[in-house]
Design a protein around this ligand. Structure first.
Ligand code: SAM
Length: 242
């Protein structure tokens, strides 16, 4: 971008992503279970195991959607609080309903906003998470820089995202599954083939583990590490603001 203006392509991507998640919001949780055959729950639990939430920490969960990560965090950390930020209001609406049903509303805030320009001051959170939202963000480096800015010194960042499989045969098989199964399933369950076609393509385009780790370092994070899960279908990246 030049002079702070967004390019047409960037506007289009953000608008399209917003459209995709507005259209899937009411079935988002169900589709997650179907498409991953329930495994997204295992990945999210593994993220919590590595993150090890502590009592009274304050979490910012960017692209938090319907709150999966924040709920898990709060269950493991007595006295903790979480802010779920997402650009799609209807995802937050679904999350709020779940929070009320689980009687967890008191420790949660739901904020409509953009991960590339966070509406929070510097050094305001102990922990930053983003689960399966980074690849939807138009300018990933901006979002990482913002994560660094709002974390306090000593704060921890952890990102769960689809990644690339180091084994080319497995990557081939996985691509066949993604492109042949996911869009038709989206058509069947949500009557929305295009949204799921977009999701599959966005997964394929996301930088590999090492490239993404480099971007996290560029934002200022230290002790950047990652772990592959399910052969690299997803990766967990961790970094510290020191
Ligand atoms: N974190 C949740 C989870 O793991 O189930 C939801 C992930 S969902 C696949 C991706 C979310 O990213 C969507 O809710 C979408 O609205 C949000 N999103 C995309 N671009 C964003 C941006 N620039 N700022 C904030 N949220 C964004």
């Amino acid at each position: 971008t030049h002079f702070g203006f967004k390019t047409v392509a960037e506007e289009e991507k953000a608008g399209m992503v917003h459209g995709v998640f507005t259209s899937v919001a009411s079935r988002y949780d169900l589709m997650n279970d179907l498409m991953s055959m329930g495994v997204h729950r295992v990945w999210k639990d593994a993220m919590m195991d590595w993150l090890a939430p502590r009592p009274h920490q304050r979490l910012l969960d960017v692209a938090g959607g319907t709150g999966d990560i924040s709920f898990r965090f709060l269950k493991r950390a007595p006295g903790a609080s979480a802010v779920v930020l997402d650009m799609t209001e209807s995802m937050l609406v679904e999350g709020r309903k779940r929070a009320e049903a689980a009687q967890m509303s008191a420790s949660l805030d739901w904020v409509a906003g953009d991960g590339m320009a966070l509406p929070f001051g510097d050094n305001s959170f102990d922990v930053f998470t983003n689960s399966f939202g980074t690849r939807n963000i138009t300018r990933i480096q901006d979002a990482l820089n913002e994560a660094y800015r709002v974390l306090r010194p000593g704060g921890r960042m952890m990102i769960l995202e689809f990644s690339q499989l180091p084994n080319p045969v497995m990557q081939w098989a996985y691509d066949r599954y993604s492109f042949n199964v996911i869009p038709p399933l989206g058509k069947l369950v949500a009557d929305d083939r295009d949204s799921y076609q977009y999701l599959v393509e966005s997964i394929r385009k996301f930088p590999d583990q090492e490239t993404f780790a480099g971007m996290i370092r560029n934002a200022g994070f230290e002790q950047v590490k990652y772990r592959n899960m399910s052969m690299g279908i997803v990766a967990l990246h961790s970094g510290w603001k020191l």
